[in-house]
Every structure is written in C-alpha cells, then in structure tokens.
Design a protein. Structure first.
Length: 187
C-alpha cells in the first residue's frame, strides 16, 4: 500500500507513528449517525486513542466522501496501537477490579474466621460453666505428684531447764550427718 500526502510516501508495510503530517487538515467524522467536525487530525487521533472512535468510524474531508478511518493512511497507521492501548487499559482495569475483589474476599474470610473462633470459644466457655466437669471429680484435689525422696528436715526443739542450764532434748536426737566429700585436686 503506497499512500502519499504531499511529499510523504510510505513504503508498503511501514506505518507512520507520531503526529499526523502538517498538511493533514481538518476532518469530519460520524458518531451515532451524527456528523461532527471539522476537527484537526490530532483531535481525531486523540479520540481514537481514547476509544471514542474506532477503525470503522466514517471520516471525510468533505461531506459525501466518507471512508472508514483505517483507510486514511496516517490515521489507519494508529489503529493497531490505539487498539493495543485500549486492550492494555482494559486489562489493567480488570486486574485492578479483580485485586479489589480478592481483597474484599480476604477481609471477609478473615472476619468470618475471627467470628467463628470467637463464637466457638464463647460456646466452650459456656459449656464449661454449665457442665462443671470439675464438681463430680474432686480426686484431683487430693492427688499429689510423687516427689523425690528427700531427707526429713523438720526442726528439732530442745527444752532448756534454767535451773540446770543444761539442754535436754525433747525429741529424738538428730542423726549424724556425713561430711561432704572434699573436692579432689588434680594438681
């Protein structure tokens, strides 16, 4: 497709990117069977990238010479990029909405989990207060754990007779303790 406008000739397969040529002029376009314009080509490109017009929108320099926007060489070159931009914006918007939806679901699940744990603990506390499982089983109060056998260390009391100034034991004499072994010196 060779298209020319003034002195600009595009080889086949090449597309013009950027601003339209300076001699692009003003264009009419149809939107919902209503003729709008004339508008500069830059505004028509802006509408294309915003999604207000598409590749099939009829455009013309004069009334009666309508053709689809994609057939105007410098406007048609922007159609794939505009479509790609709109698809990207749609994908980003969908992703944002999906992220917001997932966030709402996570918050709801966290609230539900907290509510279930709270209600469950209240229910268990209520059941414990009603059932009172400790009242019919008091043997645990009397039980003592087995301890290591420790020597008897009850204090010994001695009676003192002031007349004799001699102490008389009131209880059985305390057994003799063996002295602790001395630490061996390795020197």
């Amino acid at each position: 497709m060779n298209a020319s406008s003034g002195n600009i000739v595009l080889p086949q397969g090449e597309a013009l990117h950027g601003k339209p040529p300076p001699d692009a002029g003003e264009w009419l376009f149809k939107e919902s069977e209503q003729v709008l314009g004339p508008v500069p080509a830059e505004l028509l490109l802006t509408k294309l990238y915003e999604g207000h017009v598409n590749a099939d929108t009829p455009v013309a320099r004069e009334v009666g010479q309508w053709k689809p926007l994609r057939e105007v060489w410098f406007l048609g070159a922007h159609v794939p990029r505009a479509r790609q931009k709109l698809e990207l914006e749609t994908a980003i918007q969908d992703r944002t909405e999906l992220g917001a939806k997932h966030t709402r679901i996570r918050i709801a699940m966290a609230a539900l989990t907290f509510a279930l744990l709270f209600v469950g603990s209240l229910g268990m506390a209520r059941w414990t207060m009603i059932a009172r499982p400790w009242e019919d089983k008091t043997d645990w109060l009397a039980r003592r754990p087995d301890f290591a056998a420790l020597p008897d260390r009850t204090p010994r009391v001695a009676m003192v007779d002031k007349k004799k100034e001699e102490a008389t034991p009131a209880a059985v004499a305390e057994p003799q303790r063996e002295p602790a072994p001395a630490a061996a010196n390795d020197d």
